[in-house]
Design a protein around this ligand. Structure first.
Ligand code: 7TS
Length: 399
């Protein structure tokens, strides 16, 4: 049996999404910016797709949603624009990000730092949560941007973006949120949240890879990252990825339709699976489940290297993760575990299971059997496990 439990890395393309995309490769391949019939047959599908994306985050027409090549590009755009508008000109010299942002935000913060910008890396608490009031403590008149993700990709922790947005609005500071792990898992409404910029990635909600988007509030326009033929209203040049945009639109529509299912049925499946995992001795979960997206579990198995566990799971056909796939070739400890100050041996034992609306109870029943066997085998050959004192672990709930 093959079981895919790495949906925070990427998801299966929904067959309905694929079906809507298919005609735009061989049949309707015109460049939408051309002036002939081949172009015109792409116009309506593009418009419909964009309307679905706007509707999915409740963006008003006057705001912009700009299609990019991925979330990484959307995040880069925000930071590079801040660099040109504020840091390079000397208007402002400070930004705030959380210390558990995805590398596509952290690496940009480091880039700005290397060019003279001060960066505050906001800490998380022992539950892996950002406390909104800490944002207020660090804002100064020189702060250009606050960038805090909506949901963390490792733990699934949903950060208090509404409160943070309000704090930023009061202080007159731009607020960006990377909502890659939030779309389709928690309601997103840019009109009732004070966000200026919001990053999305289609492949995280059953759309195609290589298509992302950035929501930009009216009046908060950014300096383009891609200069060229002035597509997307001049905000992002480059021939439109018609199939990709059509796919993202359909995927967004379905994510909204399936939101209730994710928030209830998938949550129930996740919780039952997590209960079974926690029945295994010496296992630890950082963030309380009610504060997480419905699909994610980050769990530590004391005495077992995450990579060793992945190996055993993989041999049995189960896909999980020890950290961002982008970084999982290095044997680094999990960044969130490090950020909460977990001891080194525990920081290396975290495994992320992430479900999707395609995950079934049968798959999880199989997975729990394999996990139990793997824990037994790996602990029996672990040099550290036998000597590790059991009991309270700083910063973690013990089960
Ligand atoms: N932001 C967040 C919060 C993410 O989780 C990811 C991918 C990205 C940005 C980048 O998205 P992309 O479409 O540009 O690649 N996160 C992960 C992960 O958790 N495991 O593999 C990829």
């Amino acid at each position: 049996m093959k079981v895919y439990l790495d949906n925070n890395a990427t998801t299966i393309v929904d067959p309905h999404v694929f079906a809507e995309m298919e005609p735009f490769f061989v049949q309707r391949y015109g460049n939408p910016n051309s002036l002939h019939l081949f172009a015109s047959e792409t116009h309506k599908p593009l418009k419909t797709a964009m309307e679905k994306i706007y509707a999915g985050i409740n963006a008003p027409k006057e705001d912009s949603v700009v299609i990019t090549s991925c979330a990484t590009e959307s995040n880069n755009w925000v930071f590079k624009s801040i660099f040109f508008e504020y840091i390079l000109t000397g208007r402002k010299n400070h930004i705030i990000v959380s210390e558990v942002e995805h590398p596509s935000v952290i690496a940009n913060a480091k880039f700005l730092e290397a060019h003279g910008c001060k960066v505050t890396y906001l800490p998380i608490n022992s539950e892996g949560m950002i406390e909104a009031h800490t944002v207020r403590d660090f804002i100064t008149p020189k702060t250009a941007l606050v960038s805090i993700m909506w949901a963390n990709n490792e733990t699934g922790a949903i950060f208090p973006v509404q409160e943070i947005g309000n704090i930023c609005a009061e202080a007159g500071v731009l607020f960006h949120t990377d909502a890659v792990q939030a779309v389709g898992k928690t309601p997103i409404d840019v009109q009732s949240f004070n966000v200026d910029y919001l990053t999305m990635s289609a492949h995280k909600f059953h759309g195609p890879k290589g298509v992302g988007a950035l929501y930009i509030r009216k009046g908060k326009e950014l300096t383009p990252l891609m200069h060229g033929g002035a597509q997307m209203g001049g905000l992002r040049s480059g021939t439109l990825n018609v199939a990709g945009i059509v796919g993202m639109g359909k995927a967004m529509e379905q994510a909204v339709d399936a939101l209730d299912y994710e928030m209830h049925e998938i949550r129930e499946l996740r919780d039952a699976f997590e209960d079974q995992l926690l029945e295994i001795e010496d296992t630890f979960v950082v963030t309380p489940r009610e504060k997480r997206t419905p699909n994610t579990i980050l769990i530590s198995f004391r005495g077992i290297e995450g990579e060793a566990m992945l190996w055993d799971l993989n041999r049995a056909g189960i896909a999980a993760s020890t950290g961002s796939a982008c970084a999982s070739e290095d044997l680094e400890s999990n960044p969130v575990m490090e950020a909460i100050g977990a001891e080194a041996d525990l920081a290396h034992t975290a495994i992320r299971f992430s479900l999707s609306r395609y995950t079934t109870k049968e798959e999880l029943d199989y997975a729990i059997e394999i996990v139990r066997e793997a824990v037994k085998r790996l602990r029996s050959i672990s040099s550290s496990y036998a000597y590790t004192p059991k009991g309270h672990v700083s910063g973690l709930d013990s089960h």
